[in-house]
Design a protein around this ligand. Sequence first.
Ligand code: ARG
Length: 591
Amino acid sequence: MKPTINILENRVSAALSRAAESEQPLEALLKPSTNPKFGDYQANGVMAAAKRAGQNPRELAAKVIEILDVSDICDEPEIAGPGFINFRLKKSYISSCLSQILNDRNGRLAVEPVENPQTVVVDYSGPNIAKEMHVGHLRSTILGDCICQILEFLGHKVLRQNHIGDWGTQFGMLCALLKRREKDSSGSNAEALGLSDLESFYKEAKKKFDSDPDFAAEARAAIAGLHSGDREWLGYWQEIVDESKKHYMQIYDMLSIGLKDSDARGESAYKDDLAAVVKELRDKGLAVESDGAVCVFPDGYKTKDSTPMPFIIQKSDGAFLYATTDLAAMKYRVSKLGAERIVYVTDARQKLHFEMLFDVAKSAGIAGEETELSHVTFGTMLGNDGKPFKTRSGDNVKLKDLLEEAVERAAKVVDEKNAGLEPQLKARIAAAVGIGAVKYSDYSNNRTTDYIFSFDKMLAMEGNTAPYMQYACARVKSIERKAAQKGFDTDKIIASIDKFHLEDDFELDLAKHLLTYSEAVSAASQDYRPNLLTGYLYELAQKFSGFYTNCPVLTASQESLASRLALCKLTEVTLEHGLKKILRIDVPEKM
Ligand code: ARG
C-alpha cells in the first residue's frame, strides 16, 4: 500500500506539469496540513511553478484541479490563499485503507519496503575496552540500535558493527598490571584479580605507570610484545577484552540491544592492515611526510592559524592512529561486507574526524563515488545543573548504576499507580518502565541537541514519556479483555467489518492518524531521527485517548461496535510495533 502522500504527490505533480505546460516535471510539494481546517494535505508547489511559467498562481491551481482526478481518495480539492491546493480524504478511502492494514498478513502496517534496498553497515556503541561503559556510550548504543531496526524494517540488509576500542598503547600498562596480579594473587578469577571493577583496574595501572619506573618499563615491554604477537602478552590482553565484553554484553541485555558478540569487530581486528593502508595512501600520492608523521591534507581544512589541517595516519614514532584504523575498517566494510552505505553513530565531537575520514576515503577510492557515508551525531547528556552528566565526585556515571537506579525509581512509580500487584509482576513492570524511560527519553529528544537527563521527567505518567506510552498500550489491551468478559469474540467481530463507521470526529481523527504510520517511519529514517517516530506514537496515544473518552466501545451501537473495536486493535498493533519492534521498549500487559 503506497502512502497517501506519495500517491497524491505523483498525481498532483503530473497534473501540475501538464497545467503549466512545463517540459520538465514539476513538483507538487505535498505536505500534511498543519490545521485540520485546511483538510488533510496541501500542495505547496503551485506558486513556484506559476512564477516560473509567468502565470497567475490561483488560475494555475484551478487548471490543475480541472485536470486532476483524485476522486477515489479525496473530496473536491480546494484552492486557498495565494495558490495552495487543499485535499480532504474521503471516509470511504480511509475505511478501505484501514481494512487493508487490518488484513495484511505480513503485519507491515502499510509500510512498504524501499524500492532499492541497500547493504547498510551501522557502526554504533563502540565502547572502549578496559573502561566500563558510561552514559556517553548510551546514546550511541540506543540510537544506533533504533536506526538498525528502522532500516531493516524498510527492507535494507543491515550489518551491525561494534567498533570497540580494544587496541592501543593503554593495553601495555593494563597487561603489565594483570601479569603482576596473577603472579601475586592466589586466585586467577576476575574477582580476585580486580578485573571485575575495570574502572579501578585502569586507574591503578595508570597510577603505577606514572609513579613506578620498573612498572613503566614492563608496560613498554608489554606493548612491544603485543605488537610482535607475543603469546603471553596477547593472553593477558584477551583476558581483559573478555572481561570487558561481559560488562557491555550485560548492558546490551538490560537495554534489549541487538548487538551480538559476532558484531564486535574492534580496532584490534584491523591492526595488521594498517601498514598497508598507509602504504596505499602514500603510493597514491595522497599521504605525505610532515614533521616525521605521515599525513593526508584533504582540501578545504584549515587549522586555527590557517595552515592546511593534517589527517594523521602514522605518528613519527611509527604508531598508527584512530584514523588509520577507521580507514582500514572502511575498506573491510566496503570490499568484504559489500557496504553500499555506512552509518557512524557517535557524539558530535567527532564531527571533524568523520568529515576528514570521508573525504580521504573517497579520494583514495576506499569508498566508491556511490558509497553513502553518513555521520549521525548527537548532543551531550546533561545533569540537572546543565553541565555534562557526572557523578557528584565528578566521575563518569556508570551505565549499569544508572539503569539500576531507573528501575528502582520506576518501582516506586508502579507502586503508586497500582499497589496491589504481586511482587514478581511488579518487578517485571518496573524493569520495563525504568529501562523504557531511559531509552524513550533519549529517542524522543531531538538527537542533535543536548538534553538534561532527569529521572523525574522521564518517569512522569503524563507527557511524551515511556510510562505514558506503556500505560496507553496497556489500556488499549484491557479493552479486548473487557470485551472477552462481556462474551464478545473481538477477532470475529473485527473480521466481519466491511466498512468502518467514522461518524464521530474523534473516530475520524484517530483513523486518519493510523494511516500515516508509514509516513512517520519514513520521516524517521530519512535523517535518522527517532524523535519523529516517538512524536507520531505520542500523538497516536493522545488521539486514542480522545477517542476512548468520547466514543464508547463496548456499549456502542451494532454498526459502530466492530469499527470501534477495530480502531482499538489497529491502535494497539501500531503502538506495539513502534515501541516493541522498532524502539525495543518492553510493553507490559498491565500497569
Ligand atoms: N570507541 C570510540 C569512542 O568511544 C567510538 C567508535 C566509533 N566508531 C568508529 N568507527 N570510529 O569514541
